[in-house]
Design a protein around this ligand. Structure first.
Ligand code: HEM
Length: 483
């Protein structure tokens, strides 16, 4: 087939394609720069130029992709060391504190050196499913708080406690007491880290903190110092435990349990400072994302009582009032479909995935040169009627493997249109853990309790588009014992 040159890829031309100012002029010309919102801007670009568009951002060429078939072509390109621009404020902090750089800020061999050993432990199903009973105990404590029902004013804040406590068990093998409150691990500092990181990413490279400690940097530094202080203590404790176990000939016992911390510390290719860094990366990356996804999920279950009922019937038929286990979770397809559907209805990363080409490639019939940066707008695909009928509705049935007539009319036919965890070698390292965390608390909670919305609330939630999308306003729910 005919391969067309890069110059022919549709997109703004002339002055609108100049380095640095081109996209700004273009954006002004379509009246989108006021309250600039990237997803609205992108929707405009798609309307004007179609599903495969070329744009200048700063001095680089970017390609915007809006169709899952083109996304599928891109997934097939072998990218060995996927490049990510990283987060400046993290980089500055690691430099000032003379720490090992974070996973998100590393590229090439340096990134692979930290990623490989961690991935072996984080993406192996058996390693993660060993956490089921640990997470089930954390979930029990959370459910206990609501066993008589009640009103939750700010659901995300409450779920953040469960997620922080669970992630604390993953990273530090320690219960911090976040659910009961009064923990030494202050959740406020995690929020400060997300907030500072988000503002930094939005500042389009204006990194004033490299010149002097700006308020944003100071906020980040205070929060990171607090969290690293906690990590330091946990790691010193773990080293001590391992040494004692080794001296007593019980080392194997520790390494067989679901103990990421011990396994990393004993890994021949990891140093203590690498372990500390990667655990902090997991901690910071895992909490914001998972708590927002859970909030969206429970809100939609409250808004769609008939779906909530189907889920509850599934949970009860699989395990009655008994504990949730690895085996029982494997028999809950509706629960998994609800999670997939929530990740479609509220795509966690806007706009979607990012690729920088390591070699020239042919995509969508055009020659695309090395170094081109490609943005795959899965958010737009997930919200597009062309790929999902009734895109604004919460319809978990789309993701069921079933032949019932409803499923076949709304079925998800485009697996590449929803990529909540990214794809390829740099996809989310915490995917399996996140899924397990969400499954366990949801199964445990709805096993015993019903949720509904307070009077007056309805409609799909509005989002703010941070690094991970989050509900724009507080989400409240009413909890009752299951009848
Ligand atoms: C539902 C919750 C979550 C979602 C939707 C999510 C999504 C993502 C996405 C889209 C990426 C970027 C992939 C890319 O750059 O192409 C990512 C990266 C990452 N995620 Fe997650 N994530 C979630 C939970 C977690 C959890 C629980 C952890 C840790 C326990 C975690 C740790 C990380 C780390 C460390 C990276 C960076 C990986 C690297 O650069 O090599 N995430 N995540």
């Amino acid at each position: 087939p005919l391969v067309r040159p890069f110059g022919e890829v549709p997109g703004p031309r002339g002055k609108f394609a100049l380095p640095y100012i081109g996209t700004m002029l273009f954006s002004n010309s379509i009246g989108e720069l006021k309250n600039f919102e990237f997803h609205r801007f992108a929707a405009h670009v798609q309307q004007l130029y179609g599903d495969f568009v070329k744009l200048r951002i700063k001095d680089k060429w970017n390609i915007f992709v809006f169709h899952p078939d083109i996304a599928r072509e891109i997934f097939k390109i072998n990218i060995k060391n996927p490049y990510r621009p990283g987060v400046g404020v993290f980089r500055e902090y690691s430099k000032n504190r003379k720490q090992y750089p974070s996973l998100a800020n590393l590229n090439g061999e340096e990134w692979a050196k930290l990623r490989r050993p961690t991935q072996e432990l984080m993406l192996r199903p058996a390693a993660v499913s060993a956490y089921v009973s640990i997470l089930a105990r954390v979930a029990d404590d959370f459910v206990e708080l609501y066993k008589h029902g009640g009103f939750v004013d700010d659901l995300r804040q409450q779920l953040l406690r469960y997620v922080t406590e669970s992630t604390g068990m993953l990273c530090f093998n320690k219960r911090f007491g976040c659910i009961e409150g009064g923990s030494i691990l202050d959740i406020k500092y995690l929020e400060d880290i997300f907030d500072a990181t988000d503002k930094d990413v939005r500042s389009f490279g204006l990194q004033l903190y490299r010149l002097f400690p700006t308020p944003l940097y100071r906020k980040f530094e205070r929060a990171a110092d607090h969290l690293f202080g906690i990590a330091d203590v946990a790691i010193v404790d773990a080293i001590q435990t391992l040494e004692t176990a080794r001296a007593e000939g019980r080392l194997e016992e520790y390494l067989q349990g679901p103990h990421l911390l011990y396994a990393l510390l004993s890994h021949p290719k990891m140093t203590g400072e690498m372990v500390e860094r990667v655990l902090m990366d997991l901690f910071v990356a895992g909490v914001e994302s998972t708590s927002s996804v859970l909030t969206f999920l429970w809100y939609e279950l409250a808004r769609n009582p008939e779906k909530q009922k189907i889920l509850q019937q599934e949970i009860t038929s699989v395990c009655g009032n008994a504990d949730i286990t690895k085996e029982s979770l494997s028999e809950m397809p509706y629960l998994k479909a609800c999670i997939k559907e929530i990740l479609r209805l509220y795509p966690p990363t806007a706009p979607g995935s990012f690729v920088r080409l390591e070699k020239d490639a042919v995509i969508s019939g055009y020659e695309i040169p090395t170094g081109t940066e490609i943005l795959i707008f899965t958010q737009h695909m997930c919200e597009n009627e062309q790929f999902f009928s009734h895109p604004d509705k919460f319809l978990p049935e789309r993701f069921l493997r079933s032949n019932n007539p409803l499923t076949s009319t709304i079925r998800n036919t485009h697996p590449s249109a929803t990529l909540p965890f990214g794809f390829g070698p740099r996809s989310c390292i915490g995917q399996r853990f996140a899924e397990l965390e969400i499954q366990i608390i949801t199964a445990k909670f709805f096993q015993q309790l019903d949720v509904s919305l307070p009077e007056g609330s309805s409609g799909k939630l509005e989002r703010i588009f941070r690094i991970f999308s989050a509900p724009k306003d507080k989400v409240s729910i009413v909890i009752k014992r299951r009848s």
